[in-house]
Write a protein that binds this ligand. Structure first.
Ligand SMILES: Nc1nc2c(ncn2[C@@H]2O[C@H](COP(=O)(O)OP(=O)(O)OP(=O)(O)O)[C@@H](O)[C@H]2O)c(=O)[nH]1
Ligand SMILES: [Mg+2]
Length: 458
């Protein structure tokens, strides 16, 4: 793939493969109007206005392919910035294939994944953050991930970055000013002003950087492992949270052998709930022991552990030991005292003194809404703010990390009074990292890598 604009006219089916009521075939490139026009005798598409719809037969000399609706978008007012046609045809796989074959025979080339969006990027319709947000929007599976992606498509992150750039350019101008007057042996610009500006810039960059934790939660969901001794009600809790009988529940200790994972959407965030085999020291059952090993593994890898215990059969010592163990391993946990319907008041009093604990009854659906609230609070710090940018992309996070390091170098340089021309070099490095995110600085391999993750037809 070449960085400069390609002249091929590309075609792809933009709707999912298989039978559907309607399918959408998209064509983009200099010859799109001409190619479709030869197959659409009802009207001369070369003379129609942009953004218009036309019903008619799509046909070759010998065959009627389908009765279709053709949407015409003339450059530059199209998604890709090129002449684009969208054909809505009947959703038979045979019709789709025949239309695609005919278009290819008439001069189109099959589009690569993400090639339409890539062209939009190359034609300056989108910057790279917006283009990547298109893929995120298509992949979004919760309200939070949809909102974050939509915000970035509409230029949310782009605006933040261009603001950072403007501030950097301003600082750079101040340093240049200082350089211009260097020979006069006066410090024209007060360096403490520059220090304040750089500090503010570092703060803004770090806010974006720190949003990645939430971004990760929004994009990938939160792994929540339900851990505890046998018979404490882990599987009952999984079923209650999912509102379905997913896992087998019984009063036989060691009922769950393998882990069971299910997804739960709470307040627009995906939680991956993992029910595990009950942990106990001595079991002669080989399969159960394998299950217990898996429980420990899930416990270590989870973003949050719900430590479930039966408040009738647990002691303060057991809980204290667990807390110590979780803290030593750096595991984030919530203590969940189950079977509050038949509770033990001494343990209840003790739990009331602990901030990260809650009493529930999984079987009787008691306090489960409060439990869900606590799970959200612990995982997303209780606040999904869709008004400000949330960085969800690893590539952006990496570049922001580099930017933060480079800005700290600028700060050190200003503080140590290093010459202005060296400072200018450091600032240029900062602008470079911003350019990497927006795509002003990029290369073919990188673009290929980014767009190869897109769907075909987008
Ligand atoms: N009274 C009462 N009983 C409960 C409650 N929650 C679960 N139970 C009972 O506790 C028993 C064990 O429940 P499970 O959900 O199978 O327990 P588990 O922790 O998954 O057990 P293992 O899979 O063996 O580790 C069952 O008889 C449940 O009906 C509760 O809130 N109150
Ligand atoms: Mg179980």
């Amino acid at each position: 793939m070449l960085l400069f604009q390609e002249t091929d006219t590309i075609v792809a089916i933009s709707t999912p493969s298989g039978i559907g009521a309607i399918s959408l075939i998209r064509i983009s490139g200099v010859d799109s109007l001409g190619i479709v026009n030869t197959l659409f005798p009802s009207k001369n598409l070369l003379n129609v206005k942009s953004h218009t719809l036309h019903v008619g037969l799509l046909r070759t000399e010998n065959e009627i392919l389908d009765e279709v609706v053709v949407a015409v978008y003339k450059n530059p007012k199209s998604y890709t910035g090129e002449d684009t046609i969208e054909i809505s045809c009947h959703g038979s796989t045979y019709i789709q294939e025949r239309i695609i074959d005919t278009l290819v025979q008439n001069g189109c080339r099959l589009a690569k994944p993400g090639e339409f969006t890539q062209r939009a990027f190359l034609n300056g319709k989108l910057d790279l953050t917006q283009a990547e947000a298109v893929a995120d929007l298509i992949e979004s599976n919760t309200g939070a991930s949809k909102n974050a992606a939509l915000r970035n498509i509409r230029g949310g992150f782009k605006t933040d970055l261009s603001e950072l750039r403007q501030r950097l350019v301003y600082i750079s101008a101040m340093i240049e000013l200082e350089l211009d007057f260097a020979t006069e042996d006066v410090e024209f610009v007060d360096r403490s002003t520059i220090i304040n500006l750089v500090c503010d810039l570092i703060k803004s960059t770090n806010t974006l950087l720190n949003s990645f934790r939430l971004g990760n939660v929004i994009k990938n969901g939160v792994q929540v492992a339900i851990i505890g001794k046998p018979n404490t009600g882990k599987s009952t809790l999984l079923n209650a949270l999912l509102n379905e009988n997913r896992a087998i529940v019984s009063d036989i200790a060691g009922t769950t052998r393998d882990t069971i994972e299910e997804v739960l959407n709470i307040n627009g965030v995906l939680f991956r709930l993992i029910d595990t085999a009950g942990i106990r020291e001595h079991s002669s059952d080989i399969i159960e022991n394998l299950g217990i090993e898996k429980s420990y593994e899930k416990m270590k890898n989870a973003d949050l552990v719900l430590y479930l215990f039966d408040i009738v059969h647990s002691s303060i010592e057991e809980i204290e030991l667990r807390i110590k163990d979780f803290n030593n391993q750096g595991i984030k946990f919530l203590l969940v005292g189950n079977k509050m319907d038949i509770g033990n008041s001494q343990l209840q009093e003790y739990l009331n003194t602990l901030p990260n604990s809650i009493l529930i009854s999984a079987k009787n659906n008691l306090n489960l809404d409060a439990l869900k609230e606590k799970i959200v609070q612990l995982s997303v710090d209780g606040n999904i703010d869709t008004e400000s940018t949330v960085v969800t992309n690893v590539r952006h996070h990496e570049a922001l990390k580099q930017l933060s390091i480079a800005l700290n170098e600028v700060l050190q340089g200003v503080e140590n009074n290093i010459p202005g021309d060296l400072l200018s070099l450091d600032i240029r490095q900062c602008l470079y990292y911003l350019g990497l995110i927006t795509g002003e600085i990029t290369n073919e391999e990188q673009l290929d890598l980014i767009f190869s993750k897109f769907c075909i037809g987008k």
